[in-house]
Design a protein around this ligand. Structure first.
Ligand code: GUN
Ligand code: ZN
Length: 434
């Protein structure tokens, strides 16, 4: 056994498939498990009493903790850390009032570096081990992010915003510079270690036809990169898109026209969509990022999860910080639950866990690497503490099974429940910056 092997003892819960589709078989739970990690990958998982600890391997005792796969945040903006929880506006006014001014500061490299460091610490503190991340229009914002993600050995996707109209001068690129900078970033970062690039037009209103076409060209020229943008978030935004693109049948058609709707395309929000648009997303194998904290905070609307599931569109969860008011995927699940409750659907705890882990990995087409504890996958995981607060502990003591423990954690939990986050099998506490 190599010296890079390490073993963990604790309760383990993960999804092998989507619970709403596969039922009970989708979930695997071990009350007392031995999880073995070799060279950063899962090499064994079984009941502790039936497992053999290989000679010379350190055993980390996490009894009393619930080990789940690392959370996957499928939509977040790292440059918006400082405008989290900004008062009193809805989407379009929020962009003008808070977002654009904040993003201007990322012309300064030191702002990018400082914020990227803080942002990644905060992800790990919240149990998020992979994310699909917006930079700003500035190339250096993405360099700073990838530098940080690389030094922590994280699996992350990021991209430079493309935005050549309807934004302040200082935040606009051009068709040519947006294309050239994106190409250079792809060359420098895509598929380096665990990093991937996402072509990132902000949303339809801030790109000309020519820029959306150049985004499609980037996708054609660079197989494997993602497409990351916003879709149908607020009613006012949808009206604006209809007036800017009068010849298109709907919002999604704007992206379709330029070849942006395909596998590895991720559309944040996707609230105001027809069933027909859901079917088109499904046929194209595109995915959506549901961002409940943001949708409630900005007042954008209620995501129709059943319509997405019925169409078979992969769904991930996104915090959408700074539109969303929390980095925590546990808080995000809490709000997702309430949004579905308002529509007469009670999201099952195991389906929520799926959305935050394997479902997110599938939405990003990264499930070959992350999302559960299948043998050979990268060992990114979280140890959750069901007893993190007095009230949670009181509830946890009454819990009869993993389902109620999980429901307590997802309804009442937040960063206080993250006992530790492990990257490639190693505690991330060891690589936190001061
Ligand atoms: N639509 C266009 N840009 C943004 C953004 O930065 N955040 C959110 N939530 N929606 C957007
Ligand atoms: Zn967003």
């Amino acid at each position: 056994m190599t010296s890079s092997a390490i073993a963990y003892r604790g309760s383990v819960l993960h999804c092998l498939d989507e619970p709403e589709v596969a039922g009970e078989d989708a979930i695997e739970y071990y009350d007392d498990a031995l999880l073995l990690v070799e060279n950063g990958h899962i090499s064994a998982l079984g009941h502790f009493s039936e497992s053999v600890l290989p000679n010379g391997v350190d055993l980390v005792n996490l009894q009393g903790k619930l080990l789940v796969p690392g959370f996957v945040d499928t939509h977040i903006h790292y440059p918006q850390v400082d405008i989290i929880a900004s008062y009193g506006t809805q989407l379009l006014e929020w962009l003008e009032t808070y977002t654009f001014p904040a993003e201007m500061a990322f012309a300064e490299e030191s702002t990018s570096v400082d914020t990227a460091k803080f942002f990644i610490d905060e992800l790990l503190r919240n149990g998020t081990t992979s994310a699909l991340v917006f930079g700003t229009v500035h190339k250096q914002s993405v360099n700073a992010f990838f530098d940080q993600a690389k030094s922590r050995q994280l699996r992350m996707i990021c991209g430079k915003v493309m935005m050549d109209r309807n934004a302040p001068d200082a935040l606009r690129d051009t068709v040519e510079s947006g294309y050239k900078d994106s190409q250079a970033l792809i060359k420098q970062w895509h598929n380096k270690d665990r990093l991937g690039y996402a072509v990132t037009p902000r949303f339809a209103p801030t790109s000309t036809d020519a820029q959306l076409a150049s985004a499609g060209k980037l996708l054609d020229e660079n197989p494997g990169v993602h497409l990351h943008t916003h879709l149908a978030e607020s009613a006012d935004e949808c009206d604006w898109v209809a007036s800017l693109f009068p010849s298109q049948q709907d919002y999604l058609a704007v992206y379709e026209q330029f070849g942006l709707v395909r596998k590895r395309s991720v559309f944040a929000h996707s609230i105001h969509l027809s069933n027909q648009a859901w079917n088109r997303l499904s046929a194209a194998k595109a995915a959506v990022a549901h961002c409940p904290t943001s949708n409630l905070f900005i007042g954008s609307g209620l995501f129709d999860m059943r319509a997405a599931m019925k169409a078979g569109v992969p769904i991930g969860l996104g915090t959408d910080v700074g539109g969303g008011d929390s980095f925590s995927l546990l808080r995000t699940i809490n709000e997702a639950y309430k949004i579905q409750q308002l529509q007469g659907y009670s999201l099952k705890p195991e389906q929520s866990l799926y959305l935050a882990t394997l479902g997110g990995a599938r939405a990003l087409d990264l499930d070959a690497y992350i999302g559960n504890f299948s043998i050979g996958k990268e060992a990114d995981f979280v140890a959750l503490d069901p007893h993190a607060t007095p009230l949670m502990s009181r509830k946890a003591k009454q819990s009869k099974d993993w389902r109620s423990t999980l429901f307590n954690l997802t309804m009442m939990g937040d960063d206080r429940c993250i006992y530790d986050t492990y990257i490639l099998g190693r505690s991330s506490k060891r690589c936190e910056t001061a």
